[in-house]
Design a protein. Structure first.
Lengths: 331, 298, 332
């Protein structure tokens, strides 16, 4: 009965600047089923944060369509209904700046409650306590503190509580634990997993940490230079990584055990740097760094093809293997 | 439910008290700031209690006594008397009332105006309203403060009220510019974004999210500005466009006594010193306030 | 512990550092000891707030000493106590012998000068410290060579660029070039790749590995990322709340961490093998205003014994070239 709660179709986001048009996202398609955790993975310049920003409504798309529960939501947050603002929420990357340093935790958590829930100040007070308990922060201790008086992990838990205060359906998590120590990360991730189950949430989890994705996501999508390279269910993804960029990414991850080392693709090592998104090279965006590229790759942009159950790749090397998805024509 | 609200209030108050204690600690690190605060407290108290602590409170009102005119400083008259026999010490204390009142009224008018304009312009940076507000601000800032105050007072009748309005017109643009800088840089911070995305009202974002982050520079500037306002007020009175005789404005007294230099030096020097002392006190306190809000690096 | 090579380059001996703040006194470094042998590659691993940056700053003597106070211990560089050196001697040391790379290359480079200007300054300054004088052309050549060595494709163009025009990875390469173009023998790298993309991080670490090998520089890498030290270092120290808790050969510490904190840390790292995410280590890092008595980890330790609260565990031998500061391994 799982239904796609989020659908992204031909989505593009370009930013005109003096130096030229920055093509932050240049045509991506994916969908997320209700209750899933989609891991959106990419490095800087990949467009993953821009994608999240458009889903939440910080920017309107330049082209394409974003649909939530079947409804088109491709517009800025100002033009969105209150109901939509309630249903899709975001947890930002940097806990240090996502909480107003001059407001107490109680005041911070009261804001979404005041906007979206009718009720008196007394009722809000009770709700704030409930929210803090939900993220395992003792209310009496934390309500009156200021962000500067609590640690990074706790700040992030407050940010999560704030996101969940409106009882949303879809939560975007933009690198929620990247700025945190590894011993704190576990607590936050487990909290997120538990809350997803208990509250029936869907997550779009953005990160660059593939080791984390391996343990959290139900599906993984890799972005590079504004395009999607590969999408697959998690286990399939890590067992059969197809795209050369995916394999380069996997080979670069610092790991801590011999077993993990054995899992990393060995024949491909990282080289080169991401080109500027103003000057996207013609053909496949990755060809300048790809150890397996051919002359064809520098001229023609590849299309998504399906190479396994729910596993799609956008790379010329796989075009002979399977039929193209959708209505796109292969070249 | 009632009990919860009370507990909430108590906890919030406790937090405020802690913040105050910490603020005092930082302020008191600098002995000069504490000195400034002490002097300022004395001046303010003296001004408030003027009728009760001055030896000759009636001399602040129209009064003449040519028999006691132009007396040098003595035990009976600490600062001597002026040419119509009024005790300068008492008049100076009463003069402080005008100075402090001018400061309070001017800042009370110009700061809210300047801050609100700055918040709007900063938050809507890049829009038409920002351009309009900031260019008007620029125009006001382009005119030298004293000249602007002069021009406005000269157009109206010279008296205390108009003097205060004129100076207020000089001051609001500085606060607009200050708050504009902070607001426009905070506009893209995650916590402001989050409030917007949640659907909070514009008023909430301006006054509850952005404004609290502007307090530090506003407070510091206000304390330092008190000194400047007082000086500006005294300057206007000195030229004759402010506090009118026979009222004991400090600037007015300096002007009256200036004609008598160097002979009856006391009728000018003491009012002038009084101005210097109060401005200095405000500046020292301002430095201390700045220390209170300075972010510590550990 | 004896380092793996013959001569000890740097030795920190029971260092105590604290900070005076409004609320009281932050007792941060509580007897930190560390040894680096010449030519060694050593890692110092610890999480946020454990005091590793304070340690680095103490070595370079760039701690702001009004709030900070060094209340005990010595730092010996080639036998001389750095903490007792005159300011002039310290400056000389920083010019000629010590060099550092920090976490954020954008703030390590001066934004208003070109890379060339900065690099030339560094090269000339370091050589002046050892009395050599080179011509313009020689200095230029050295700079370009240093940049090329870090794997940059077009060093001449980089020389004329401003930091803001370069990507994070390139900036960090510039910082590495600056650090390694000096005559320095000791490189302190404080989170050198934390802010970089993982594919760039991989390239930079491999390059650093090569260069350090070539120039026979001694390196102390400070990081919170266990994966980074695994490949890059021969020996490892693990730090918690201002104390060293474990040290040993990197491979051995990873294979079998002894201290409960080290064990918790290793367990917390999400694995590519997909076992799920551990709960992390319960509790919080201690408040330095009122740190736990005895072993600073005892409130969070599932093996805590009464003695752990009363006495601070010394570094105990736990095998060949292996030490742990934990009463589970003896020392009562």
């Amino acid at each position: 009965m799982a239904q796609a709660i989020l659908e992204v179709d031909g989505f593009k986001k370009h930013f005109p600047t003096k130096r030229g048009t920055v093509k932050a996202v240049d045509g991506i398609d994916f969908s997320v089923e209700s209750g899933a955790t989609l891991g959106l993975v990419g490095e800087s310049g990949s467009g993953k944060t821009t994608t999240a920003q458009c889903i939440i409504g910080i920017y309107p798309p330049t082209a394409g369509r974003i649909a939530f529960r079947g409804q088109d939501i491709s517009r800025r947050f100002e033009a969105r209904s209150r109901e939509l603002k309630r249903s899709i929420r975001i947890v930002f990357q940097d806990p240090g700046s996502s909480l107003n340093p001059k407001r107490s935790i109680k005041q911070i958590l009261s804001v979404p409650l005041a906007v979206h829930r009718q009720g008196s100040a007394k009722e809000r007070l009770t709700l704030v306590r409930e929210l803090l308990e939900m993220v395992e922060l003792p209310p009496d201790e934390y309500m009156y503190k200021y962000p500067s008086g609590i640690g990074g992990g706790e700040k992030q838990m407050v940010a999560i509580a704030r996101a969940l205060a409106t009882d949303p359906a879809l939560v975007l998590l933009d690198e929620p634990t990247s700025a945190l120590d590894v011993s704190v990360q576990g607590k936050i991730i487990n909290l997120l997993i538990r809350l997803r189950r208990e509250l029936g949430l869907t997550y779009l989890f953005i990160t660059h940490d593939l080791s984390l994705m391996r343990n959290v996501a139900s599906e993984v999508a890799i972005m590079y230079l504004g395009r999607l390279c590969e999408i697959a269910p998690t286990v399939e993804f890590f067992q059969n990584p197809a795209h050369p960029y995916t394999r380069m990414l996997l080979s670069s991850i610092p790991v801590v055990s011999v077993e993990e080392k054995a899992l990393k693709p060995s024949k491909i090592t990282s080289r080169g740097e991401i080109p500027s998104p103003v000057n996207v090279p013609p053909g496949c965006g990755f060809h300048s760094r790809c150890p397996e590229h051919s002359e064809h790759c520098s001229r023609i942009d590849p299309q998504m093809v399906e190479i396994g159950p729910a596993h799609v790749v956008r790379c010329h090397r796989f075009e002979g293997v399977a039929v193209a998805t959708g209505a796109e024509e292969t070249d | 439910m009632k009990a919860e609200r009370r507990a909430d209030l108590l906890a919030t108050l406790a937090q405020r008290r802690r913040a105050l204690a910490k603020g005092w600690y930082k302020f008191s690190r600098n002995p000069l700031s504490v000195l400034g605060l002490v002097v300022l407290t004395i001046v303010v108290l003296a001004a408030i209690l003027a009728p009760f602590i001055t030896p000759y409170p009636e001399h602040a009102r129209p009064y003449t006594n040519f028999k006691a005119a132009s007396l040098p400083p003595s035990a009976a008259h600490f600062f001597g008397t002026d040419r119509i026999g009024r005790d300068i010490f008492s008049r100076v204390i009463f003069g402080y009332r005008f100075s402090l009142m001018i400061g309070a009224v001017v800042l009370g008018l110009s700061v809210p105006l300047g801050v609100v304009l700055g918040l709007i312009a900063g938050y809507r940076n890049g829009s038409l309203i920002e351009v309009v507000i900031m260019r008007i601000t620029d125009i006001f800032l382009a005119v030298p403060p004293l000249v602007l105050a002069l021009a406005i007072t000269a157009m109206l009748t010279p008296n205390l009220t108009n003097q205060m309005m004129a100076i207020a017109m000089v001051f609001w643009p500085w606060y607009t510019r200050l708050v504009f800088a902070v607001a426009s840089s905070l506009r893209n911070e995650f916590f402001v974004r989050d409030a917007e995305l949640t659907g909070a009202s514009r008023a909430h974002i301006l006054f509850r999210e952005i404004l609290p982050n502007c307090f530090a520079p506003i407070m510091t500037k206000m304390t330092l500005d008190m000194g400047i306002v007082i000086l500006l007020g005294a300057s206007l009175s000195f030229i004759g466009l402010g506090v009118q005789p026979p009222k004991p404005g400090l600037g007015t007294m300096v002007a009256e006594g200036a004609k008598r230099l160097p002979g009856e030096w006391w009728s000018t020097i003491f009012p002038a010193l009084a101005i210097v002392i109060v401005i200095l006190a405000f500046n020292l306190v301002g430095d201390g306030i700045r220390d209170v809000f300075a972010v510590e690096e550990v | 512990m004896t380092p793996l090579t013959d001569s000890t380059l740097l030795s920190i001996d029971d260092l105590h550092v604290g900070f005076r703040v409004f609320e009281g006194f932050l007792d941060v470094l509580n007897g930190v000891s560390l040894e680096l042998g010449e030519g060694e590659r050593v890692g110092l691993v610890g999480e946020t707030g454990c005091g590793k940056t304070t340690t680095v700053k103490s070595i370079l003597r760039v701690l702001p000493t009004p709030p900070a106070r060094i209340t005990g211990g010595r730092i010996l560089y080639r036998g001389k106590d750095i903490l007792r050196l005159s300011r002039r001697a310290m400056r000389h040391l920083r010019r000629v012998e010590l060099t550092a790379i920090f976490q954020d290359p954008l703030t390590s480079l001066n934004p208003v000068f070109t890379i060339g200007t900065q690099l030339r300054d560094v090269v000339r300054d370091s050589l002046a410290g050892s009395g050599t004088k080179l011509t313009h052309r020689e200095v230029e050549a050295r700079c370009v060579k240093a940049l090329a060595e870090t794997g940059m494709a077009d060093p001449e163009r980089i020389m004329g660029s401003y930091p803001i025009q370069l990507s994070g990875g390139m900036r960090q390469r510039v910082c590495i070039a600056e650090a390694l173009s000096t005559t320095a023998q000791l490189l302190l790298a404080d989170e050198p790749t934390t802010n970089l993309d993982v594919t760039i991080q991989d390239q930079i670490l491999r390059k650093l590995d090569e260069l350090v090998d070539e120039k026979n520089v001694t390196v102390l890498i400070i990081t919170h990322s266990l994966g980074v030290v695994m490949d890059l270092t021969q020996r490892l120290y693990i730090m918690y709340a201002g104390t060293m808790v474990e040290e040993g050969k990197t491979q051995e510490v990873f294979a079998k961490p002894l201290h409960p904190y080290s064990q918790g840390l290793m367990q917390s790292v999400p694995r590519l093998t997909g076992e799920g995410v551990s709960e992390g280590i319960p509790g919080r890092i201690p408040n330095y205003l009122d740190p736990p008595s005895g072993c600073r980890f005892h409130p969070r330790c599932e093996h805590a014994m009464p003695v752990c609260e009363e006495h601070k565990p010394p570094m105990l031998e736990a095998g060949i070239d292996r030490r742990v500061a934990c009463f589970l391994y003896g020392g009562e």
